[in-house]
Design a protein around this ligand. Structure first.
Ligand code: SIN
Length: 484
């Protein structure tokens, strides 16, 4: 079934300095549910990326000196446009990304919530006064926009990951150049349509879509006019981009890979834990960096938990995101499917047992069955890598110390989850877990009011929340003397 996409939101090329780029060099955008071409988009390269940075640089002074109330008003108008176009934006998102339509609508609302949040925060970019060491001085602290921000955003949340960065950057007074993933450029271009309609001045928000990720990434991380770079994606790519930014000592935010443990203690509410795991594991068919990757269950409740889990996972419907009732759509690409399949096969060869699924799904070439593996061990690749697919890998533990040790035994530190009704344990385990975000009796931790981000090789910087402007502002200290 081919969706009818909104002509108003569907664009053919990059949005640079308020103009739409065109060329006769196109690339195809494919629907992952059926492999059919959805649209063709002009392929931007180094020249267009450089033009976008120039446009953002030219627009910076005008935008950053607007009163915060004005920036807030424009961001709020953009938010309202997202909300009023939710259905069309969600359809576009499902068509190019694959997630079920209901989940796509939730993503649009999630992306919009960052605009709403930062429209408010723009007015709260407060400074400080600090008692000076002598009577003739005053110390004043101000926050100022860092300048041009460049960003690279992923295919798994084509709307929300971009909006989380753009909303904070524009609220702070920065101008913005984003390169969305080449697999999902249409959602980003649709946001440019609405940015223009909201009254965002030319050059303030620029979208560069192209297939030469390496060349575009090099421009965005090395042009001296870019003051700050923000990336959401894999740890491997993040390391390369951060190293490129180091040449100019650019400010950097890295939101990288995860390997989230999901711990079920013997005092947990098992029904709640099953429901929490469904959310933490199967959102976007397991393709999020905060997805539960290793499920650690206390030996004493293992059988009861697994039984309940199998019953719940059996209810999940797999199919095109456009079909009503689908809970899980396709994986983003053939490579993604191959990776999941290999991880499962290797785990089984090494002793894991398939409790449910374990095969490709008949819904199409890029679908995988919701899968539960038991008898998984910490040394298997499936425990060490981000699965990024609909596979639950179950391990057991016998006491709290072992659960914590297993959970922390990873180079990643993005999200962790645990279920327990013992308040002492809740505080002990929260403190011991080496992760930037911890869901306690909750599998849905992401929202605009909360600081999203990781530690260790999951990156640095925080997005959303009252801390979200910090990464887009410099602190300037004014020393007033001669006041005696
Ligand atoms: C991600 O997968 O990169 C982020 C998901 C979220 O915001 O919850």
């Amino acid at each position: 079934m081919q969706p009818t996409l909104s002509n108003y939101l569907l664009r053919n090329g990059s949005y640079i300095g308020g103009n739409w780029h065109n060329s006769d060099n196109f690339f195809a955008v494919i629907n992952p549910a059926d492999g059919q071409q959805l649209h063709q988009v002009a392929n931007a390269g180094v020249e267009q990326a450089t033009d976008a940075i120039a446009a953002a640089s030219d627009a910076f002074t005008r935008w950053s000196t607007q009163p915060a109330a004005k920036r807030s008003e424009i961001l709020y108008a953009w938010y309202q446009l997202l909300i009023s176009h939710t259905k069309d934006l969600a359809l576009l998102l499902t068509a190019e990304q694959g997630k079920p339509l209901a989940e796509a609508e939730t993503e649009i609302q999630y992306g919009a919530s960052y605009l709403q949040w930062f429209a408010e925060q723009a007015k709260r970019m407060d400074g400080d006064t600090i008692p000076a060491p002598s009577a003739d001085k005053r110390i004043i602290v101000q926050r100022q926009a860092v300048g041009v921000v460049a960003a690279i955003t992923p295919w798994n949340f084509p709307n929300a990951m971009m909006m989380r960065k753009a909303a904070a950057a524009l609220a702070a007074g920065c101008t913005f150049v984003v390169k969305p993933a080449q697999l999902t450029p249409l959602s980003a271009l649709a946001m440019a349509v609405l940015a223009e309609e909201a009254g965002i001045p030319k050059g303030v928000f620029n979208v560069v879509v192209g297939t030469d990720a390496k060349a575009l990434g090099t421009v965005l991380t090395s042009d001296p006019r870019v003051a700050k770079f923000s990336f959401t994606g894999s740890t491997a790519v993040g390391k390369v981009l951060a190293a490129q930014c180091a040449q100019d000592v650019k400010r950097v935010t890295m939101e990288l890979g995860g390997n989230a443990p999901f711990i079920v203690f013997d005092d947990a509410d098992l029904d709640a834990a099953v429901q929490g795991l469904l959310v933490a594991k199967f959102r976007n068919a397991g393709q999020t960096c905060v997805c539960a990757n290793r499920v650690l269950v206390h030996q004493a409740v293992y059988s009861r938990f697994t039984e309940k889990l199998i019953t719940a996972v059996q209810q999940l419907q797999v199919g095109s995101g456009l079909v009503a009732g689908s809970d899980l759509g396709p994986l983003i690409s053939k490579e993604a499917l191959d990776k999941v399949e290999t991880l499962v096969q290797e785990a089984v060869e090494q002793g894991a047992k398939v409790e449910l699924g374990g095969q490709r799904h008949s819904a199409g070439a890029q679908f995988y069955q919701p899968t539960i593996l038991s008898q998984v061990t910490a040394d298997m690749q499936i425990s060490q890598q981000e699965i990024f697919g609909p596979v639950i890998a179950l391990q057991t533990f016998t006491d709290e110390a072992q659960a914590i040790a297993l959970a922390n035994d990873t180079k990643y530190g993005l999200a962790a989850y645990f279920y327990s009704r013992d308040v002492g344990r809740v505080f002990r385990v929260s403190q011991a877990l080496q992760f930037g975000m911890v869901g306690i009796n909750d599998g849905a931790i992401s929202n605009a009011a909360a600081p999203f981000g990781g530690i260790k090789q999951s990156g640095y910087g925080r997005e959303g929340s009252k801390y979200g402007l910090d990464d887009y502002t410099d602190i300037k200290y004014l020393c007033l003397g001669g006041l005696a």
